[in-house]
Design a protein around this ligand. Structure first.
Ligand code: ZN
Length: 431
């Protein structure tokens, strides 16, 4: 699984530029020279850091890498050069490896790696049968798998071939023939179910060629999760079965399928069958009730509203903040552009800038409002690790917040955060 991990840069001493994963991008994880390099070339990420300026110095490699990659590097913040580089599991929000995201990553990647060569007649592997018969589930689910794998489900395509139906096309999406893989994995409404169950699985349509190959890929991935593999396979089985049941009822009743009831039923059935599954589901942080309108702070507090805006394609971001007193008067404001790898980093940057501005203005009692749940929940709960992308920023925000006599951290809706939002968008437009 180490192929899926990436380095978060601290001082850059541990990380090799050309062979380690350290760029925060879905497909480009490390720079690649675009031309054959002759002569000496830096090898450690540390060689690319100007320690005095705390900035990237890419002069030594900029002529051998793509300008897009140059931007990916420049968008990595250099915060604390005394911090060691840390290995992060970027497919999970907090950067820690867990079964759910590991599974998700493996599904995306192993489907490509294990893709079985095309055969016209499907021979289902013995091993796959074995893992299905050994599943601890109600017999109906095993039977369902058996029917799906032997292509004996009464899908519209099968009924058409047997001349029972006049039309093989899926009646929910009308976009392709209803085969087993379409009904269970590819019909658009099922995407919501697969994502909604605790695996957060995104079906990759390109990689699904047939139901049995897909399931073979799933079981191949499960081998990586010792101890958890059986529970995950049970969830996959239950979900397939519940999707099929919902598809049949909806067709019979002449309505659209209800993905949310499928998710609910699947999770509850899974809970009945696997009593030890709490560790696999990570609950989302609870949200404070959103305020619809901005409210002035009570005396003697100053309210600091911050916001970040970010464009995915250009990676250009903007942060905005404004300070207002108990009468609603604007005391100070700021908007600034920055280059970053993600929206959450820009949001965290905005919080940091807001705190710096409040400190400059000598406001010692503040209420900080942001619409970033990631940052606010981390500041409210010091044990929370938070999104891995902002760990260094959160550390800096925590350090800076000790200067204040009192800080209240509030999450607000974007509508109530209009002033800061406008400032962030404005700075972005100037870039
Ligand atoms: Zn469909």
């Amino acid at each position: 699984m180490s192929d899926g991990a990436i380095w978060q840069i601290g001082n850059g001493m541990k990380v090799k530029i050309w062979s380690d994963n350290w760029l925060h991008h879905k497909t480009t994880l490390r720079p690649k020279p675009t031309i054959t390099v002759s002569g000496p070339i830096p090898t450690l990420v540390n060689d690319l850091i100007d320690r005095d300026l705390r900035e990237w110095n890419l002069a030594s490699i900029s002529n051998v890498i793509d300008p897009v990659v140059t931007n990916l590097i420049r968008a990595i913040p250099l915060r604390n050069l005394t911090r060691e580089d840390t290995l992060i599991w970027p497919w999970n929000n907090d950067g820690m490896f867990c079964v759910r995201s590991g599974y998700h990553w493996a599904m995306e990647n192993l489907e490509a790696v294990c893709s079985v060569p095309e055969h016209h007649s499907h021979q289902v592997e013995k091993k796959l049968w074995k893992s299905i018969w050994n599943m601890k589930v109600i017999p109906k689910i095993k039977l369902f798998f058996w029917r799906a794998l032997t292509n004996s489900l009464p899908t519209l395509r099968n009924l058409f071939h047997r001349r029972i139906r006049a039309n093989p096309v899926c009646s929910f999406c009308n976009s392709s023939d209803e085969s087993a893989e379409h009904a269970i994995l590819l019909c658009p409404w099922t995407a919501c179910v697969w994502f909604g169950i605790p695996l957060n699985y995104c079906v990759n349509a390109q990689s699904v060629t047939s139901f049995d190959r897909w399931l073979q890929g799933v079981t191949a991935c499960l081998a990586l999760f010792e101890g958890r593999n059986k529970e995950v396979l049970v969830l996959v089985g239950i979900t397939c079965w519940e999707i099929w049941k919902e598809r049949c009822s909806a067709l019979f009743e002449g309505r659209s399928p209800y993905p949310y009831s499928v998710i609910r039923r699947a999770i509850s059935l899974w809970g009945e069958m696997c009593p030890t599954l709490e560790a696999i589901t990570c609950p989302a942080p609870s949200a404070s009730p959103p305020h619809a309108l901005w409210k002035a702070p009570p005396q003697p507090y100053v309210k600091v509203n911050v916001d970040g805006a970010w464009h995915k394609n250009s990676m250009q971001g903007g942060v905005g903040c404004c300070l207002r007193d108990s009468e609603g008067r604007m005391l100070a404001g700021l908007s600034k552009a920055c280059l970053r790898n993600s929206a959450v980093e820009v949001e965290a940057e905005a919080v940091l800038k807001g705190l710096l501005l409040a400190k400059e203005e000598n406001c010692q009692k503040i209420i900080l409002e942001s619409d970033s749940m990631d940052v606010i929940s981390c500041m409210r709960n010091e044990n929370l690790r938070g999104n891995w992308r902002i760990i260094p920023l959160i550390l800096e925000i925590r350090r800076l917040s000790s200067w204040f006599i009192s800080i209240k951290w509030e999450w607000i809706s974007r509508q109530a955060n209009q002033a800061a939002h406008a400032a962030a968008t404005l700075s972005n437009m100037r870039v």
